[in-house]
Design a protein around this ligand. Structure first.
Ligand code: PLP
Length: 388
């Protein structure tokens, strides 16, 4: 992918203009949805760069240009889901590889690694926020891959990405960072030394809770080629319509992220003072154990808050079924606020013992703070607190 002058522009301009160029043929200011499976050739093998939509599609190409630019990457690949992007990486490394993975990753990632790819690779789960432990684990095992999520889901633990990448380089271990929670607006792991950045575009990048999508961004041309061949051979390419929806949603990514963060900061500070709250975890709070690393490697603190309610699972259930503006649902990163109970919902695939070992207890509640009026959101939570 060629870097253009547009790649030098501010993020808020790139979300709109990279890949968002008017249609050359008609002048249509909005990109066409190339809703086609195949492309006519003038003679066998002679075509305009497009043969079949599983391999390439012009609407998807536009989205790939845009998201590559947002992560300061040379290459990107848009996939049908975040998990299928993860699958491609798992197929790109040699069978029998060792993968060192954070011990507090997205539940679906954990399930994919422990129930699907565990028959092909060896997975070691460690607390990657502990750099000394990480270094020891990297030295002990010849890992092909280090898989980081920072902040993690749902405990919002932060790994020093620069340090982790530097020690992984010593053992020639490639680093993948799942950057879904921060979006490219608040964190750019390739600039911190990572080899591949992964996003579930289902979340902040699309932002409107109406698409499933994934993305990989990277600078290494050979690895990109390998991943593209795998995508083409296995088939998890995103549909043209879904790519178009993401191109539409991504235009407001900069202002949405600012709004998410502003609301989240206010709500986190309010929760921290609430008598019915045991503890609040939000990277923007001074009380966050890795607040200083967050300030160093992130440009903002995002829209996700985790808090522990004083009381048991019954009280949690009451709280979760009383809120109205916060919808009780899995997923995150949309304009509307969501609330969920990780132990029962998103992280049910983790055994209870594993959950408790990492601090994912039954009184933990996760908020995906939307961009509604913050007073309305606080009122909604206050009504629910009054009931428990
Ligand atoms: C949702 C999510 C995924 C999986 O993405 P899908 O688009 O649902 O397949 C991976 N990582 C994180 C951090 C997520 O939140």
């Amino acid at each position: 992918m060629k870097k253009t002058d547009r790649d030098q522009m501010d993020f808020a301009t790139r979300v709109i203009h990279v890949g968002g160029e008017p249609d050359k043929e008609t002048g249509a200011i909005m990109p066409p949805i190339y809703q086609t499976s195949t492309y006519v050739q003038s003679s066998p093998g002679k075509h305009k760069g497009y043969e079949y939509t599983r391999s390439h599609n012009p609407t998807r190409t536009r989205l790939e240009e845009c998201i590559a630019s947002l992560e300061n990457a040379k290459h990107s690949l848009v996939t049908a889901s975040g998990l299928s992007a993860e699958m491609l990486i798992m197929h790109a490394i040699p069978a029998g590889s060792t993968v060192i993975c954070g011990d507090d990753v997205y539940g679906g990632t954990y399930r994919l690694f422990t129930t699907v790819f565990n028959s092909i690779h060896n997975f070691i789960f460690v607390n990657t926020t502990d750099i000394k432990l990480l270094e020891k684990t990297l030295k002990e095992h010849k890992a092909a891959l280090l898989w980081l999520e920072s902040p993690t889901n749902p405990l919002l633990k932060i790994t020093d990405i620069t340090k982790a990448c530097a020690i992984a380089k010593k053992t020639k271990t490639k680093v993948v960072v799942d950057n879904t929670f921060m979006s490219p607006y608040f964190q750019n792991p390739l600039d911190l030394g990572a080899d591949i950045v992964l996003h579930s575009m289902t979340k902040y990048i699309n932002g409107h809770s109406d698409v499933i999508g994934g993305a990989l961004m990277l600078n290494d041309a050979d690895m990109y080629k390998k991943l593209w061949v795998l995508q083409n051979s296995i088939g998890p390419s995103q549909s043209p319509f879904d790519s178009w929806l993401v191109l539409r949603g991504i235009k407001t990514l900069a202002i949405r992220m600012e709004a998410h963060q502003k609301n989240a900061m206010k709500i986190a500070a309010w929760l921290e003072k609430h008598p019915k709250v045991e503890r609040v975890v939000y990277p923007g709070l001074k009380s966050h154990p890795q607040h200083s690393i967050a300030k160093k490697q992130m440009k903002g603190f995002g829209g996700m808050i985790t808090f522990f309610l004083k009381g048991d699972i019954k009280k949690c259930n009451k709280f979760l079924s009383t809120v109205k503006l916060f919808s009780l649902a899995e997923s995150l990163g949309g304009v509307e606020s969501l609330i969920e109970h990780p132990a029962i919902m998103t992280h049910a695939s983790l055994p209870k013992k594993t959950r408790e070992a990492i601090g994912l207890t039954d009184n933990l509640i996760r908020l995906s703070v939307g961009i509604e009026n913050v007073e309305d959101l606080i009122n909604d939570l206050e009504v629910a607190f009054a009931k428990v």
